[in-house]
Design a protein around this ligand. Structure first.
Ligand SMILES: Nc1ncnc2c1ncn2[C@@H]1O[C@H](COP(=O)(O)OP(=O)(O)OP(=O)(O)O)[C@@H](O)[C@H]1O
Ligand SMILES: [Mg+2]
Length: 466
C-alpha cells in the first residue's frame, strides 16, 4: 500500500539570490517543501496563506529587518519554529535573536548539507525547548486568581522576584507552575532579558549537557556548529527548568557545580565562561519520594529550593473555578468571533463539583470546546466532563445554601436509586417503577451520579432475565 508522507514545509527568506537558490535546492533535495522570498515584505503574503513548519530567515534583510519580521511573525504564530541566519555568530546577536523570539540561529557560512537535519531537529525540538520564552498571549494574560491563598503566593512571588535566589515551584499538572515562573521573571529586574524554558523530561539524555552548557563544533557527531547553551544564553535572564524531577542525577551534579561556581565550559571546549542565570525549577512529582529513591540528589534539591511555592490544585480553591470559566469564555469567544456566550446554571454546578484532575489547563480545554459547541448558552452536555458524585466529600465541600440544597437532592436521589437497584437485583425497569420515574429518567440519573450497576439487567424489556 502506498504511504503518504507529509512533507515539512520551510519558508526561506534570503536576499542574496544565489544563496537563496542553493538553500532551496538543498532543502528540496532533502525532502522538504520549500517557499522562498527575497525580503520580509515579499514573505508576508506567503505567511498569510501557507501552513509552514519552519522559517529560515536572514538576520540582515533589506527593507524590514529580520528581527522586525520575527517580532511580527511571533505576534501571529507564537510557536512557529524560526531560525535566524546570522553573519556574526556572537553571543550578543544570538541573545538578541532569542530575545526577539527566534527558536534557534545558525551562523554563516555553514555547510548547506547539514541544514536539513538541523531544521528537522529544530522542528522537533521546538516542542521541547521554548527559548523564546513566550507564548505571548499566555504572558499577556498573566496569572489569574481570586483565591486568597493564591493571592498570598503571588504577593510573596513579587517580593521574591526582586532577588536572584533559586525558586522551586511544586504543584499538580496544569496548576500554573510555568505561568508563575513567567510571572516571577516579569516582576524581576531581569524582565527584559531572556526567559529560557527547558523541559528536562523531553530532551534526549545525550543532548542535555550540550543544551545546558553549549558545545564546540565537532564535539560530537552531528555538532557541525558551535552552539551557546541555555545557561550562557540566559546568563542575564532566567532559566526555567521544567519537570526538573526528570533530570538525570549525573547532570544534576554538573549543573549544581555550574550554578555554585558560576562557571561553565562548552562540551568539547576548554574556555571557562562565567554565567549568572536566575534559576526557577518546577515539578509535579513528589520531591520527597524522589530524594528518598535517589532520583533527585539532595544537594541539588537544596540548591533549587531556596524558596518553594506550592500551587494548590483547583479543587482546593473552588472560588477560582467560575471566575476562570468566565475569563476563558470571554477569551475563546473573542478568538472564535462569537458574541454573548453565557453559561447555564446546571452546567455551572457541574463545573463546581468536578474534581479537575488536569486543573486549569483542563478547565481551559473544557471551556474552549464548550464555546465551540454551544450556540449562545453553554449547557452541561457541551462540557464533556463526567462528574462523579463523591458522597463522602459532599459534607466538606458545600458552602452556600443553594449548593447545600442541590447536593442534598443529589445525595438523596443517588441513595434511593442505589437502594432500589439493590432490592430489585439490579433490574432498572423495576427500580424505575418503584421510584415512580420513567426508565429513561432512571438511566439518565444512573449515568449522572455514576452509579455502579451490573449490566445483567440492562435491557428494558427483559428485566426478568436470569
Ligand atoms: N493562575 C493562572 N492564570 C492564568 N492561566 C493559568 C493559570 N494557571 C494555569 N493557567 C493556564 O493553564 C495552562 C497550564 O499551566 P502551566 O503550563 O503553568 O501548568 P503546569 O503547572 O506547568 O503544568 P504541567 O506540570 O503539566 O507542566 C497555561 O497554559 C495557562 O493557560
Ligand atoms: Mg509545565
Amino acid at each position: 500500500m502506498p504511504m503518504t508522507v507529509l512533507m515539512e514545509t520551510i519558508l526561506v527568506i534570503e536576499d542574496d539570490t544565489s544563496l537563496r537558490e542553493v538553500l532551496c535546492t538543498v532543502l528540496q533535495t532533502g525532502g522538504f517543501a520549500v517557499h522562498s522570498a527575497a525580503s520580509a515584505e515579499e514573505s508576508l503574503p506567503i505567511l498569510k496563506v501557507e501552513r509552514l513548519d519552519c522559517i529560515l530567515a536572514d538576520f540582515k534583510l533589506p527593507g524590514m529587518h529580520g528581527i522586525e519580521l520575527l517580532r511580527k511573525v511571533r505576534e501571529q504564530f507564537p510557536r512557529l519554529p524560526y531560525v535566524l541566519m546570522t553573519a556574526f555568530g556572537s553571543v550578543a546577536v544570538a541573545v538578541e535573536a532569542m530575545k526577539s523570539g527566534a527558536t534557534d540561529y545558525i551562523s554563516k557560512p555553514f555547510e548547506p548539507s547539514t541544514l536539513g537535519s538541523m531544521l528537522r531537529d529544530v522542528i522537533k525540538h521546538n516542542r521541547i525547548i521554548d527559548r523564546e520564552g513566550a507564548d505571548r498571549a499566555k504572558r499577556q494574560r498573566g496569572f489569574f486568581t481570586v483565591s486568597p491563598a493564591l493571592e498570598k503566593i503571588l504577593a510573596q512571588a513579587r517580593h521574591v522576584a526582586k532577588v536572584d535566589s533559586s525558586v522551586l515551584i511544586l504543584g499538580e499538572s496544569g496548576t500554573g507552575k510555568e505561568v508563575l515562573a513567567r510571572y516571577l521573571h516579569e516582576h524581576s529586574e531581569r524582565r527584559d532579558k531572556p526567559f529560557v524554558a527547558v523541559n528536562c523530561a523531553a530532551i534526549p539524555q545525550d543532548l542535555l549537557e550540550s543544551e545546558f552548557f553549549g558545545h564546540e563544533a565537532g564535539a560530537f557527531t552531528g555538532a557541525t556548529q558551535s552552539r551557546v547553551g541555555v545557561l550562557e544564553l540566559a546568563s542575564a535572564g532566567t532559566v526555567f527548568l521544567d519537570e526538573v524531577g526528570d533530570m538525570p542525577p549525573l547532570l544534576q551534579v554538573k549543573l549544581l557545580r555550574a550554578l555554585q561556581e558560576h562557571e561553565i565550559r562548552h562540551v568539547g571546549g576548554n574556555k571557562q565562561i562565567r554565567v549568572y542565570p536566575r534559576i526557577i525549577a518546577a515539578t509535579n512529582r513528589d520531591v520527597e519520594a524522589e530524594i528518598a529513591s535517589g532520583e533527585m540528589r539532595e544537594d541539588f534539591y537544596y540548591r533549587l529550593a531556596v524558596i518553594t511555592f506550592n500551587l494548590p490544585p483547583l479543587r482546593e480553591r473552588k472560588e477560582d473555578i467560575l471566575p476562570m470559566v468566565e475569563r476563558s469564555i470571554r477569551h475563546f469567544a473573542a478568538t472564535m468571533g462569537k458574541e454573548n456566550i453565557t453559561i447555564d446554571p446546571v452546567a455551572q454546578d457541574m463545573l463546581l463539583s468536578y474534581s479537575w484532575p488536569g486543573n486549569v489547563r483542563e478547565l481551559e480545554n473544557v471551556i474552549e470546546r464548550a464555546v465551540l459547541m454551544c450556540d449562545h448558552v453553554i449547557q452541561a452536555e457541551h462540557l464533556g466532563i463526567y462528574v462523579r458524585l463523591d458522597l463522602a466529600a459532599i459534607e466538606e465541600s458545600i458552602k452556600t445554601l443553594p449548593e447545600i440544597a442541590s447536593q442534598a437532592v443529589h445525595k438523596a436521589e443517588a441513595q434511593a436509586i442505589e437502594r432500589a437497584l439493590h432490592v430489585t437485583g439490579g433490574n432498572k425497569s423495576k427500580a424505575a417503577e418503584i421510584l415512580g420515574v420513567s426508565y429513561k429518567t432512571l438511566l439518565n440519573k444512573v449515568k449522572e451520579y455514576n452509579i455502579a450497576c451490573g449490566d445483567r439487567h440492562d435491557s428494558h424489556d427483559d428485566g426478568a432475565k436470569s
